[in-house]
Design a protein around this ligand. Structure first.
Ligand SMILES: *[C@@H]1O[C@H](CO)[C@@H](O)[C@H](O)[C@H]1NC(C)=O
Ligand SMILES: *[C@@H]1O[C@H](CO)[C@@H](O)[C@H](O)[C@H]1NC(C)=O
Ligand SMILES: *[C@@H]1O[C@H](CO)[C@@H](O)[C@H](O)[C@H]1NC(C)=O
Ligand SMILES: *[C@@H]1O[C@H](CO)[C@@H](O)[C@H](O)[C@H]1NC(C)=O
Ligand SMILES: *[C@@H]1O[C@H](CO)[C@@H](O)[C@H](O)[C@H]1NC(C)=O
Ligand SMILES: [Cu+2]
Length: 884
């Protein structure tokens, strides 16, 4: 008997008897008595059981109940010793697999990175390096050590042709403070030997130099913290009066600083608008109405200074002028923030946030693979297989998790999916909001990846993988940084009700998701890659975390909504760019726009009733006995207009209005059985936007990818990425100018890359407080087979049902392919644990654990900035810290 039918008898009398047995306590001692107790106490057993149809999680309860009906455990006495009656699910452990090839995109191990670091330190290299954790702005220090992606031709020769594994290379970014330049070096071959050399890696950038003024955030942010303290320490009486707090550069500071970006236009200078905030939980939502523009150009902090200050829309040339206006009582004051607000509104505490909801004391449903996990992982090679898919994982400091060599049913469909950049551009009346454009690659999505909260960020039964990076302050490993899980989409992927033979049935909509989450200062980015049984891959980005709060006053209404007494959420755009290197039936692919257009057409068979003649005209023509046929035979309808986009001159694209059409990547030389080129379509999902503001110096040339929904280029090894970690500060002269990829090259049967965007126009509302919601702040795209196959290949799935109608009086003919839902109790969940960052010093030795203050410094980038932390910091363990 199939499990599906097991559900049904619960509606019959014997099941009700079973339930009442449980309810009256006659059945007890089931494997998980706690769960049963809940059933006993509940008046809504049936609701729970209905929920069970959707969520296997509660099936243990169901199992116990259905056991009553099973002939082989038919008595109460059996149930009372039910550990025998309901066995533990045994096969839930991860199954291994051996990757067919080595993962050539894998990150460097701790050992490899430490050896490279020592090699760079050797005097023969002539780099004059200072240990990164101790370096001041004017020292030379390592910023990054990372594996370098092999050339695609070498990779394919290895993967497909049995050629030797490509030689391994690393690259290392060194901030040469002594000469005010940054150099990205290519180092190899690895492992280190006599043959290993290093040279500047310039061919992937669009300017010969990387200006020091565009540098990333050094681990030693002391200088910036000192500057803030130097500016606001002497103003302590003023800030106390206006805002009720002080920023003296001490551990007990009640005000902290928060920087913004971009800090430069072309790299000739570095200047920052710094905002101040109350140093309370949820500080991102406690901005103060004072903004300071600092010049922090070059490497000599002694030259850094205030350019101007703005308080409540009044501008001052210096802190002294500001103080003078305050002393003279000339300040037009803005509303002072509430200081005695103990409501915790900006925290995640449930206190003051509503009342208990019915049944909410119960643990909600959870996802359990009763029959064992259905995917395999090669942990060493970071290789995953599931339901015809296979792929390798990579991980990098800049953008985190990436996917390589994605096969479906034995064929490569995508060579690479890598996130490229995540931008956020803000609006507002104050200088902080109005000038902010964050490009989070600079802060490092990989560097900011966080340990997942098991059971909250991903299902408890997910497989969790670690991630390691090697940056200025040494190496660090996040446990549980990546999760892999199969989920029940809870809707059939396909279904039909029918009456003729084999017309009726359904396929369960199972999906495999790979997820990692990066918290970059205030914001949390959830990166999802979801594989589906028909060959579809969904790329999804969801956001949560704190808004970058602005100071509310009535003049701000055009730019957001008030969310508290003096706080608003500011209007902003998020645009996140992805590189998708399709290889559909080989590397030679073409791009087709298959658009819907209207046509006016006449057909001889068109009934004149439906022709295009106005009723008045028709009446008159009939009066004069005219022949109506020629003019009444036209009508309009839509048609598909297929247009190949032949060159890069035409390949910066928007999705058509009203979804009228789509873009397809196909191999014109490979056809399915019906003569159509085998392809994959790019199917917009939620919120596929591009940047709204297309006319802004702050986004002039550094985010050109964000100005279209998607773009297609011919693939080149020297165009690996649409952005770089320095693009954030170089809108006028970026290290990577995406438009330079477009030089008229042919896209006709070439190796193509699709650069597509996800994002949201984020109009903050009260419900963004305390933190933004992932249901609305989400964006997705589907990459879906488009005549790639001859039919829907998810029909292979055995987790499917075929139903045939019975003869009168007989039962329906059920075929579930022999797949049975096991009758077992899932293993007990482990207590929730959380580890935190595992850090290694630059010499590769484990660093002592960081305290909370230090972890905050590590975790909160320039978006938050905590100046007092910078002053008191033992920087040796700090991963990456902002200048303020
Ligand atoms: C950090 O920078 C400051 C000022 O630039 C310098 O005095 C200090 O030695 C550096 N190192 C540490 C570990 O703070
Ligand atoms: C080495 O770097 C230091 C700063 O860390 C600088 O003062 C010194 O001049 C540099 N030496 C050479 C030989 O470049
Ligand atoms: C903050 O700390 C400093 C130095 O430890 C001390 O002098 C000052 O009184 C403290 N301020 C407050 C408000 O506790
Ligand atoms: C700021 O002040 C200027 C005059 O100095 C005025 O034109 C402008 O409207 C004010 N802006 C806001 C947002 O109050
Ligand atoms: C990176 O390298 C480390 C050390 O070899 C390893 O533990 C980790 O799992 C690797 N994977 C990722 C995704 O960082
Ligand atoms: Cu947002």
């Amino acid at each position: 008997m199939s499990s599906g039918l097991d559900y049904e008898p619960l509606l019959h009398d014997d099941a009700k008897t079973a339930l009442s047995d449980i309810a009256s306590g006659r059945i007890e001692g089931v494997a998980r008595p706690r769960t049963i107790t809940k059933v006993v106490n509940s008046k809504t057993v049936f609701a729970l059981l209905a929920g069970l149809l959707l969520y296997p999680a509660v099936s243990c309860i169901f199992g116990a109940i259905s056991a009553v009906r099973e002939p082989y455990v038919a008595s109460d006495s059996v149930l009372s010793t039910s550990t025998e009656a309901v066995p533990l699910c045994e096969t839930t452990d991860l199954l291994s697999v051996t990757a067919p090839r080595k993962n050539i995109w894998k990150n460097l191990s701790l050992k490899e990175a430490t050896e490279i670091r020592s090699w760079l330190w050797e005097t023969e290299r002539g780099l004059n390096l200072t240990k990164s954790a101790l370096a001041t702005e004017s020292d030379n220090a390592i910023f990054l050590i990372e594996a370098f992606t092999p050339r695609k031709s070498d990779a394919l020769a290895y993967l497909d042709g049995g050629a030797a594994i490509p030689a391994k290379y690393a690259h290392s970014i060194i901030n040469h403070g002594s000469s005010e330049e940054i150099i990205d070096y290519l180092i190899g071959p690895l492992p280190l030997s006599e043959k290993t050399t290093m040279r500047p890696l310039t061919e992937i950038y669009h300017r010969p130099d990387i200006p020091y003024n565009a540098h990333g955030f050094n681990p030693n942010g002391t200088a910036m913290g000192l500057l803030l303290a130097k500016t606001f320490g002497p103003l302590a009486d003023v800030t106390m009066d206006l805002f009720g707090g002080v920023a003296r550069g001490l551990a007990n500071d009640t005000i902290i600083g928060g920087g913004n970006a971009p800090l430069s236009y072309d790299g000739t200078w570095r200047r920052m608008w710094m905002g101040l905030k109350l140093n309370v939980p949820g500080h991102y939502l406690f901005p103060l109405d004072i903004y300071t523009y600092f010049d922090v150009s070059g490497t000599d902090p002694a030259l850094w200074h205030v350019i101007r200050m703005v308080y409540n829309n009044q501008t001052f040339a210096s802190p002294e002028d500001f103080r003078a206006a305050w002393e003279k009582g000339e300040l037009k004051r803005s509303k002072k923030p509430l200081l005695d607000d103990a409501s915790g509104w900006a925290s995640r505490s449930r206190v003051h946030k509503g009342s208990k909801r019915d049944l909410d004391e119960r643990a909600g449903p959870r996802s359990v693979s009763f029959d064992g996990l259905r995917f395999r992982v090669d942990q060493e090679e970071q290789y995953i297989t599931w339901m015809g898919f296979s792929f390798y994982l990579g991980f990098e400091r800049d953008m985190g998790l990436n996917l390589w060599d994605i096969h479906f049913r034995g064929e490569r469909i995508i060579y690479e999916i890598t996130p490229q950049e995540a931008m956020a551009q803000y609006s507002g009346t104050d200088p902080h909001q109005a000038t902010t454009v964050f490009l989070d690659r600079a802060f490092g999505m990989g560097q900011s990846v966080k340990e997942l909260m098991v059971g909250y960020d991903c299902p408890s039964e997910a497989v969790y993988l670690p991630a390691t990076i090697h940056t200025a302050a040494g190496s660090s490993t996040r446990l549980n940084a990546i999760c892999v899980f199969e989920k029940d989409s809870t809707k059939p992927l396909s279904r039909h009700t029918g009456w003729l033979k084999d017309e009726m049935g359904a396929i369960k909509g199972y999906e495999l998701t790979v997820r990692s989450i990066s918290t970059v200062g205030n914001y949390d980015y959830l990166f999802d890659y979801t594989f589906q049984l028909d060959g579809t891959i969904e790329i999804r980005l969801s956001a949560s975390g704190y808004l970058q709060g602005g100071v509310w006053n009535d003049k701000q209404a055009d730019y957001g909504h008030q969310i508290r007494d003096t706080t608003m959420g500011s209007l902003h755009d998020h645009v996140i760019n992805y590189k998708v290197d399709f290889d559909i039936a080989g590397t030679r692919n073409s791009l087709t726009a298959a658009m819907l257009e209207m046509e006016e057409i006449s057909q001889p068979w068109v009934d004149e009733d439906w022709g295009r003649v106005s009723p008045i005209y028709r009446r008159r023509m009939i009066e004069v006995k005219a022949d109506l046929r020629p003019i009444s035979q036209t009508f309009s309808q839509q048609k598909i207009v297929r247009k190949k986009i032949l060159t890069e001159d035409d390949s910066r694209l928007e999705y058509p209005k009203n979804m009228e059409g789509n873009y397809v990547i196909s191999n014109e030389d490979a056809h399915n059985a019906w003569g159509n080129p085998r392809g994959y379509a790019i199917h917009p999902g939620a919120s596929n936007i591009h940047l709204t503001n297309l006319n802004c110096k702050r986004t002039q040339d550094n985010v050109n990818w964000a100005k279209h929904h998607l773009s297609v280029t011919r693939r080149h090894d020297n165009e690996p990425s649409s952005s770089s970690l320095w693009n954030i500060h170089l809108p006028g002269k970026p290290t990577v100018d995406f438009y330079k990829f477009f030089d008229g090259e042919s896209l006709d049967q070439e190796d193509l890359v699709v650069w597509l965007n996800l994002g949201t126009h984020h109009i903050p509302r009260a419900e963004d407080s305390p933190q933004t919601l992932t249901n609305v702040a989400t964006s997705s795209v589907l990459l879906t087979p488009f005549n790639f196959n001859d039919y829907d290949v998810s029909m292979e799935s055995m987790n499917a049902i075929l139903l045939n109608a019975p003869k009168p009086g007989q039962v329906w003919d059920v075929d579930e392919n022999g797949v049975k839902v096991p009758f077992c109790v899932p293993k007990k969940l482990k207590e929730f644990t959380y580890t935190g960052l595992l850090s290694f010093d630059e010499d590769g030795s484990p660093a002592s654990p960081a305290d909370v203050l230090e972890q905050r410094k590590i975790g909160e980038h320039v978006r938050s900035g905590s100046n007092q932390a910078d002053l008191e910091c033992d920087c040796s363990r700090v991963l990456a810290r902002p200048p303020c």
